[in-house]
Ligand binder design. Structure first.
Ligand SMILES: Cc1cc2nc3c(=O)[nH]c(=O)nc-3n(C[C@H](O)[C@H](O)[C@H](O)COP(=O)(O)O)c2cc1C
Ligand code: SF4
Ligand code: SF4
Length: 219
């Protein structure tokens, strides 16, 4: 049996996970800090997650370390800027044979909320997941500065503002993967994944990019 797990800030990786689950005729399950590791009757775990500042998003590292199904496939979505070396790094955290991997280009979360993605990268991946052949992951070059304060760089580049329409419903507090927001007010643990912005039922959170971030993303 195959299960598809995903982590997603603003829905891009969720769309890829939904697509893969449909192709593999299985369900897709969100990774939260309460998600148990895949059960013993799962043969292959497929994990879909975004590249954040050329790194693996911090909230999924404990889940990756708990993977012990016989086979795993790693799918990383990225916004067309830089992929870092996240699949290689994730492959070192899992205790399982890697049978497939892919980097899937999506829109950048800070530039578009369209969940369009490049499906061509996935047809070979679906075949490999089904065939279960051992996959050798290639180590990519990573910007040597990528590991320096990635969360801090996001916070400086992206501002989140609470609007007057906030009803103090608590949904952002409940859904934040970093436990970094209290009824619309983010703390300095925030990694700017934008989940609170995209899931606020009142549209009461707005984000803006600093001029440097804006010109970096649009260069
Ligand atoms: C905090 C943050 C950091 C990001 N860093 C990168 C990056 O280093 N390189 C890149 O190409 N895209 C980057 N992106 C874009 C995302 O990787 C891309 O939009 C991804 O599909 C988002 O998936 P999600 O909506 O499931 O979180 C970043 C997005 C966020 C929110
Ligand atoms: S989810 Fe939106 S409305 Fe609810 S507390 Fe957070 S910011 Fe306010
Ligand atoms: S507060 Fe920050 S880390 Fe939490 S959901 Fe919002 S953007 Fe993501």
């Amino acid at each position: 049996m195959t299960a598809v797990y995903y982590f997603s800030g603003s829905g891009h990786s969720r769309a890829v996970a939904e697509y893969l689950a449909r192709k593999l005729d299985t369900e897709h399950i969100e990774i939260t800090d309460l998600t148990p590791p895949p059960s013993e009757n799962i043969e292959t775990t497929v994990i879909v997650f975004p590249v954040y500042c050329q790194n693996i998003p911090a909230p999924i590292i404990p889940f990756l370390k708990n993977i012990s199904t016989p086979k795993t496939a790693l799918i990383a979505t990225y916004g067309g800027i830089s992929r870092g070396n996240v699949i290689f790094e994730a492959s070192k955290l899992i205790n399982s044979t890697l049978t497939a991997c892919a980097y899937v280009k999506t829109e950048h979360s800070y530039l578009s909320d369209s969940t369009y993605f490049d499906k061509s990268a996935l047809s070979e991946t679906v075949k490999n997941i089904t065939l279960c052949v051992r996959h050798k992951v290639i180590r990519l070059l990573k910007n040597p500065f990528a590991d320096f304060f990635p969360a801090w760089r996001s916070r400086v580049g992206v501002r989140i503002k609470r609007l007057d329409t906030c009803t103090s419903c608590g949904k952002c507090t409940e859904r934040c993967p970093m436990k970094a927001i209290n009824n619309g007010i983010p703390s300095n643990k925030c990694i700017r994944c934008l989940r609170c912005v995209s899931e606020c039922p009142s549209g009461a959170l707005e984000f803006s990019l600093s001029p440097i971030m804006n010109s970096y993303l649009n260069r």
